[in-house]
Ligand binder design. Structure first.
Ligand SMILES: [Zn+2]
Length: 181
């Protein structure tokens, strides 16, 4: 294997403008058992939370804070699949928000990374290591993705939402744009 495929579909903008991304990390062994990439503002490697890491809904922030948008990314995930911490972090929140089980990790730089729906295997205040299994994809709250089950990942830095893909920044330059679906 050693080839990681990441595809993204921007289905919240318009079907006609849907874009697919594919990331190939090559066969150098960089994505063997524990795929890692450098992360912004960390100076250390980050683990991918689920494998394979296939983005099915892209980050699509609203033009204004009060408008609807997609303040995160959705990654394909099976109910029951394990979720790994991308970095060493502190469990900031593990509980239910609007009927969705949410797990939020606070990274050492203060970033808040949220995963939902996830049945946590850790509790608030607990310290977790990079790559540690922190929960499993929950069945409840799966109405977020229409076509298949998924994991929503959100990133907040200084109270602002950012594209979570920056956590895996080294992965992004290798994105190849494919023709619209
Ligand atoms: Zn989402």
């Amino acid at each position: 294997m050693a080839t990681l495929k990441i595809s993204a579909r921007v289905n919240r903008i318009a079907a006609a403008s849907a874009i697919a991304f594919t990331i190939a990390l090559g066969t150098s062994g960089a994505v063997d058992a524990q795929p890692r990439a450098s992360a912004e503002a960390h100076g250390e490697e980050a683990d991918l939370p689920v494998l394979p890491f296939t983005v099915v809904n892209a980050y699509d922030p609203p033009a204004k804070n009060w408008l609807a948008g997609h303040r995160g990314i959705d990654v394909e995930a099976r109910v029951g699949q394990k979720v790994q911490a991308p970095h060493e972090s502190l469990v900031h929140f593990a509980g239910v928000v609007a009927n969705r089980p949410v797990l939020t990790l606070k990274l050492t730089n203060g970033d808040l990374v949220s995963f939902e729906p996830v049945d946590p295997q850790v509790t608030t205040g607990e310290r977790v290591a990079r790559g540690e299994v922190v929960g499993k994809i929950a069945r409840e709250g799966q109405e977020h993705c229409v076509e298949a089950s998924c994991l929503h990942i959100g990133l907040r830095r200084g109270g602002e939402y950012l594209n979570p893909l920056i956590l895996w920044r080294e992965v992004r330059p290798k994105i190849i744009l494919l023709p619209p679906l």
